[in-house]
Write a protein that binds this ligand. Structure first.
Ligand code: RB5
Length: 145
């Protein structure tokens, strides 16, 4: 089960990505927002990130205008490795190398077809499990203390 959330800047893209997830048969919770009324992205980043950190969700997708605010906010929470991606290569690498557990997208910076492709790659790519990458991820976690 994954979570998906956005602010107003990502609302339209969230709606289209939820359709895509449904077509793919991937279960998700929509944590808001629920209209294009202006809201504050940290509220939605926190909802999704706390759910991932607590193990309620395997992973999450966060969308704001650029994806930047969502990634900054989500990465404040322990255990969260949020990756802002605007290309397919980064989406693949951040799963293989960083074991990212949140994907951030910019609803105003990339088109929906690219966003769907990035999402698919990110969802379908496992962590490599390589020792050097696990060690570096542990190094990130050590910075939280
Ligand atoms: C909202 O206008 C915008 O600032 C937000 O969606 C996001 O791009 C922040 O990083």
């Amino acid at each position: 089960m994954i979570a998906i959330a956005s602010d107003h800047g990502g609302f339209a893209m969230k709606a289209q990505l939820m359709e895509h997830l449904t077509e793919r048969g991937i279960g998700f919770d929509d944590l808001g927002c629920y209209s294009e009324e202006s809201v504050d992205y940290p509220v939605y980043a926190e909802k999704a990130a706390r759910g991932v950190a607590a193990g309620k969700y395997d992973r999450a997708v966060l969308i704001c205008g650029t994806g930047i605010g969502m990634s900054m906010a989500a990465n404040k929470l322990p255990g969260i490795r949020a990756a802002l991606c605007s290309d397919c290569y980064s989406a693949e690498m951040t799963r293989l190398h960083n074991d990212s557990n949140i994907l951030c997208l910019g609803g105003r910076t990339i088109g929906i077809e690219l966003a769907k492709r990035i999402l698919d790659i990110w969802l379908d790519t496992p962590f490599s499990g390589m020792e050097k990458h696990a060690r570096r991820i542990a190094g990130i976690a050590a910075l939280e203390k």
